[in-house]
Design a protein around this ligand. Sequence first.
Ligand code: MTE
Length: 322
Amino acid sequence: MNIIHRRGWDLRESAAAPEAVFLNRRAFVAGAASVGAAALSPDLAMAQRVTDLPDPTADLYPAKRNEKYALDRPITPAEVNAAYNNFYEFGSSKAIARAAQALKLRPWTVKLDGMVEQPREIGFDDLVRQMPLEERLYRLRCVEAWSMAVPWSGFPLARLVALAKPLSSAKYVRFETFLDSSVASGQRQTWYPWPYAEGVTIAEATNELAFVVTGAYGKPLPKQHGAPLRLALPWKYGFKSIKSIVRVNFTDQRPKSFWESLQPAEYGFWANVNPAVAHPRWSQATEEDIATKERRPTQLFNGYGEYVAHLYKGLEGERLYA
Ligand code: MTE
């Protein structure tokens, strides 16, 4: 593969540094050059101030936790999670948090269209206020073999599907991320098939686990996690959990996702987590916790088989796990 086309997840782990490590390195370099460590502070303080602008939906958080979705591991600390992200719109490293602060969240409109009774657009603030918000503790397993555990807030994707009123002929839901290269420098890299897109079947979208995320750690969703709304599909590899959604399209054609368009041999439509099915270039048997660095065995459907295994009965001939 051409080096220019390398993605973050092609990097060896040692080459992908979380932002905290990156900042420490910068501090070290600055110190070595006799520039005081204080030189970093204004930069960091500004990023912090931008992040802290009042959010008109802040009163909705923390949402009440739904205890049904329990974890088998500790929650990843918010600050670790907030500095280790995949959001290619803002760059291909994990340290995109600062660049992502350029994202403008208001106004934010979501288009519901395609095979629906009546196409419509809805403002994010209207949408979130008419949905039943709750908090769920979910695991996220990235296809790169790392994992985290997050208290997401949001509402069932089934509620968004119901709001859209799809026709019975619709078989799939396709999601699209914003497109604005003036704020997302990654979108100036024209070899990527922007905008980022993902898709699931209607049966997957209406499964109780499929979740529209609008908050994390008891607050509105940080930009680097895909504000103002993203998906959490915890039984699938993380790339299916599309961020910063602007369009939800109902169709009878199987959607082709961003990664599938780029590399169909490696990334398919279903992408369900399975430790027994290796990625063409690495094993999926284990995963590294991004906070503790502990390695643990990966579970089939990321441990959510009791909720979703039935969705794939009769589909054994398909490439369900890549
Ligand atoms: N959505 C968009 N629009 N752009 C992306 O680059 N990366 C995906 C997914 N959603 C991505 C995206 C991948 S590969 C992963 S693992 C998760 O977001 C990471 O979510 P996090 O940064 O909140 O941990």
